[in-house]
Design a protein. Structure first.
Length: 203
């Protein structure tokens, strides 16, 4: 499945899960659920640190982490007043978090989902403050997108640099292995310098 489509479906699923949870008899267990989801997120965060070599936005555990943090944040916001909650600012942080962690375009799916999700909470007497909150998120979304694009570009360049450095080290190792007996001391020192510089690039 297309990566962007998969991530977009995940975002939408999170909103649907919270929507139906809040309208089910299980809503009285929201606090224990938030605690459980938070604990799972912390455990997965430590696990993800040991898997840095794998592309971040394709790891199943990374997608699960997104589900946990997004679902937990939505439950917290709804439990403390919804659109009028003091925790509504979490939506702004989530926009940047998703843009950095997943495909940056996902932030627009998130923004649209937030508008649809909280639209029923609009109150005629507080219409302007409610609209301002969501417009603020809409205005932040392009910024989160461009920051996410820049981070992805730098990560891609870093992966290419590391790959090139590994290739150089392998080539030097092959030269030393095959031509080691015929190499002069000066050539060997030069090759060592190349390997050292390549290892510096990998850091």
């Amino acid at each position: 499945m297309n990566r962007l489509l998969l991530q977009s479906l995940l975002i939408i699923f999170c909103f649907l899960f919270v929507y139906f949870w809040q309208r089910s008899p299980l809503t009285e267990f929201t606090v224990p659920l938030v605690g459980l989801l938070s604990a799972c997120y912390v455990i997965l965060s430590f696990k993800n640190k040991s898997l840095r070599g794998i592309t971040a936005d394709t790891r199943p555990t990374q997608l699960l982490s997104v589900f946990l943090i997004l679902t937990t944040s939505l439950l917290l916001i709804l439990s403390t007043g919804g659109l009028h909650s003091l925790l509504i600012f979490l939506l702004y942080f989530l926009a940047f978090h998703l843009a950095f962690l997943l495909e940056p375009t996902v932030v627009f799916v998130f923004c649209l989902s937030v508008i649809v999700f909280f639209f029923p909470e609009f109150q005629r007497e507080n219409l302007l403050p409610d609209v301002v909150k969501l417009i603020s998120l809409v205005l932040l979304s392009p910024l989160a997108y461009f920051f996410g694009q820049e981070i992805k570009r730098r990560e891609k360049e870093k992966r290419h640099t590391m790959h090139a450095a590994e290739r150089i080290i392998q080539d030097v190792s092959e030269i030393v292995k095959n031509e080691g007996k015929t190499l002069k001391e000066k050539d060997i020192e030069l090759l060592k310098d190349i390997v050292d510089e390549s290892r510096e690039l990998e850091k």
